[in-house]
Every structure is written in C-alpha cells, then in structure tokens.
Write a protein that binds this ligand. Sequence first.
Ligand code: TXA
Ligand code: MG
Length: 343
Amino acid sequence: MHTLMIDDQEKLYMAADILRAGGLVAVPTETVYGLCANALDEHAVSNIYKAKGRPSDNPLIIHIADLEMLQPLVAHIPDSASLLIEHFWPGPLTLIFESTSLVPLSVRGGLSTVAIRFPSHPTMQDLIRMTGLPLAAPSANTSGKPSPTNAKRVFEDLNGKIDAIVDGGLSTVGVESTIVDLTSGTPTILRPGGITQDMLLEVLDTIIMDPALLSVDATTKPKAPGMKYTHYAPNAEVMIYKGDDEKVVEAINAALLQDKAHNIYSGVLCDDETKSLFHSDFIISLGSRHTPCEIAMHLFEALRTFDDLKVQKVYALSFSTEGVGSAIMNRLEKSAGHHIIYV
Ligand code: TXA
Ligand code: MG
C-alpha cells in the first residue's frame, strides 16, 4: 500500500474521501497523532488493529466534533458527564459511557461501554465534520511504541500500512487524553493525561484514581484494558532514578562511567536544571522542571530520539507528579517497565 502524505490543509478533503471509503488516515490531535477510521465500519476498524498490531481486546476511543454526535453513541449522559463536557470539551478528556448497539463491539473491545472524546485540534475537528462520521482513533504508533507527536514518527511506524498521513505539525499536549469512567459509581480516572485530577475536582465533588494506577504490583487489573500492556517502550532499557537531585546525579554518572568501560551506549533523560551535570554524549532535556507542560510535550519524542541514536540504556530523572506530572510519570514508568532505582 502506498501511504499518501497530506501536508496541505487545502487537501484535507482527500483524507475525508479516504475515510468515507473505509480507509485509514493518521491525523494530528492536540494530544498525540491518532490513526482514524470510520467508527461505525467494522471492517475499517479491524484494519486499525491490524496496522498497529494491537490486541483486539484493547478498545478504541471514538472522536466527535459536535455534541449532537454523542447522543446516538451513548445510552445515557449522566449529570457528571454533562458538567465535564461543559468545562473540558473540546479538549484532552475522554469519557466512558454505556454504549448503544450502534457502536460495533470491535471498537469497544467487546465491552458494554464506549470511550468518547471531542478533540480541540482544528484539523481533526475539520476532518470529522467533513466526513460527518464519528472517527475511532488510537494513537498512530505501532502497538507498544511511544505515541507519535509528529507526522515523521507516524510515517516511521505505519508507512505502507495505512492510506494517508495528515501532517499538521507538533501535538502540543504530548501525552494522551485523560480517561474518566462515569459508569461505575464514583467517577474514576483510568488514565492520567492533560486534564489533571485537580482540574477535574474543580468541577466534580469527588474523583478517584483507578487503584491499578497507584499500585506498584501488577496484580490489580486496570479498568482501561490498554493500561495493562507494556507501552511507550523505546528499544533502549529505561531506568528511572528517584531520590534527591545530588544523589541521583552522582548515581547516574557512576552508571554512565561503568557503561563507557563496557562500550555500552547510554544516555540521560533529564531537565534543564540538571542537564549540565551529567557526563554523557547523549543527554536529552525535556525542558524546565518549572514548566511540566513542556516536559509532557517532549517526552515521547525524546524516547524515540534515543532509538535514533542507538542508545542501549537510558537513565531518567523522576519528574514531579504535580498536575500533568502524574501523566508524565505514568508514561515514563511504563516505558521503563517500572524499573525504578531508589538512591
Ligand atoms: O489522546 C488520546 O486519547 C489519543 C488521541 C489520538 O485521541 N488516543 C489514544 O488512544 O490514546 P489509545 O487507543 O492509544 O488509548 C485508548 C485507551 C486504551 O488504554 C483503552 O484501553 C482505553 O482507552 N479505552 C477505550 N475504550 C474504553 C472503555 N470502554 N473502557 C475503558 N477503557 C477504554
Ligand atoms: Mg496508544
């Protein structure tokens, strides 16, 4: 299959035509690039799973660009959902509803519920409106790899496997949407993201984190099926160092020295405040620790850059879990396979 690159917004109609005909198109959103198909077309949806190599029990998020599109997809809209919609849509927030039978089971991974998001990215919105279709879209990466925040990374993973890629520059949030489940009593965050728990608490009286997000062992089953899989992993082995700055820098420099002696290429993932303190040829700063949004925006691209550099080991700082930091550390800990070193 030849993958068409669409880098001119005037040609967005081509992407709409492909989607209406049952094809697959990668499209920028404010969080990460998504791999879109008509959510109501089972065959098109099955091709998403194939292109990504995604397990079929891992459901997809349906993207809409108009509140009128919500009604036919969901059995009912709880008051808590209406409040969240009013405050955070369009934006990086996905809500879980009881589904109607209109949504194919394959989109839902066999569940009775469905995940819906109204993205704020104008290109994604335009495309949904041009097709008039709800679009199922997982992140546009090969399953297990870090999500793509630009078109070049989508091309690397999916060239030849999908019909087209719309190049709309960088995704600025950089981590995937916050997922909130409103179907089972207390509103629950299934995946932390750009909309933080504190922001949600300004609107709802209570909201809890899925216990599986907080437990260190793997025995608590996450409620978002996708959260149980190994994820965001570069080829390099990632290790996270926790402790006070000075000790972390010392421990990482010691590890770097050892690696050098064994001809192992190792790199450091850090922030602007510490980047000058490490002895390595492969140092990537995600930005200042005082601007966590910048750190979130650069995280996935940095993990992929280490692969470009053929780095074998990455020593990462532990970033603050304040605000969007909980999403940053959720992704980083997954990319490290929860390999954490306390110093
Ligand atoms: O920001 C985002 O959400 C991006 C962009 C493209 O919109 N999309 C994204 O999709 O991250 P994906 O497929 O990479 O992650 C979807 C997550 C998975 O963890 C999946 O298990 C969960 O959403 N999910 C989908 N439907 C669900 C449901 N009915 N109940 C619980 N979790 C669900
Ligand atoms: Mg994903």
